[in-house]
Write a protein that binds this ligand. Structure first.
Ligand code: 13P
Length: 250
């Protein structure tokens, strides 16, 4: 049985003051022994603050992106070793808000995935189709292609102990979450695609993202191939996030 994981993606939200309130509330609400892996991903400047408040809690933290290079003249970038210094153990890679706004290629995403693994952290790879692609019935083809670049460059084994987040673009920020059946169908497709390596297929956590909230989390997380969630807006509210984490205790 795979342990479920709930990740809060704070995106470009928060301030020192609002984070302090949120982090304190989370540290208080989440019990020391929780059956679920819980992670929050604040913007880079708040990693130190997050580490300070969460270091004695079971909640882990991560970043929302990382550079594909180790160090050097890359203005504005942040490296895996820098994230490591702030205790980050997860990195979200290839979120659609980045790949569309900053034209991130599948090759870039694949390189970042490898860098995160090499640094001993866990990548959370985002995949998912747009509404037009779903309406055209090519969603599996689209997701398959997003995975193929990584497989081609590094082999299927790189997915061992990794997290894939299925985030249909049409469900992000829209209050139109995928149905549990739609999520299950894609998660099953992804697991089957990676099933030539039995260990990878069994250990790989595939989480759902896109308008997850306290009302729909339990139904989504009850599906056999849905191993948790990547939560945007609802992760900014301590009670909502706690409730979603609670829904994963199944
Ligand atoms: P929302 O939960 O706000 O729809 O965002 C989902 C998301 O993009 C998480 O990475």
């Amino acid at each position: 049985m795979r342990r479920k994981i709930v990740v809060g993606n704070w995106k470009m939200n928060g301030s020192l003051a609002s984070n302090e309130a949120l982090l304190k509330a989370l540290a208080e609400k989440i019990p020391q022994t929780t059956p679920v892996d819980i992670v929050v991903c604040p913007p880079y400047p708040f990693l130190f603050q997050t580490q300070s408040y969460l270091k004695n809690s079971p909640i882990r933290w991560g970043a929302q992106n990382v550079a594909k290079f180790e160090s050097g003249a890359f203005t504005g970038e942040v490296s895996v070793s820098m994230l490591n210094e702030f205790g980050a153990s997860y990195v979200i890679i290839g979120h659609s808000e980045r790949s569309t706004a900053y034209c991130e290629s599948d090759e870039n995403i694949a390189t970042k995935f490898m860098m995160v693994k090499k640094a001993g952290m866990t990548p959370i790879l985002c995949v998912g189709e747009t509404l037009i692609e779903r309406e055209a019935g090519i969603m599996e083809k689209v997701v398959s292609k997003q995975l193929d670049t990584i497989i081609k460059m590094y082999g299927e084994e790189i997915f061992d102990e990794s997290v894939i987040a299925y985030e249909p673009v049409w469900a992000i920020g829209t209050d139109l979450a995928a149905s549990p059946e739609q999520a299950q169908a894609m998660h099953q497709f992804i697991r089957e695609k990676l099933s030539s390596n039995n260990k990878v297929a069994k250990s790989l956590k595939i989480i759902y993202g896109g308008s997850v909230n306290p009302q729909n989390a339990l139904q989504l997380f009850s599906m056999p191939d849905v191993d948790g969630g990547l939560v945007g807006r609802a992760s900014l509210n301590a009670s909502d996030f706690e409730s979603i984490c609670h829904s994963a205790e199944i």
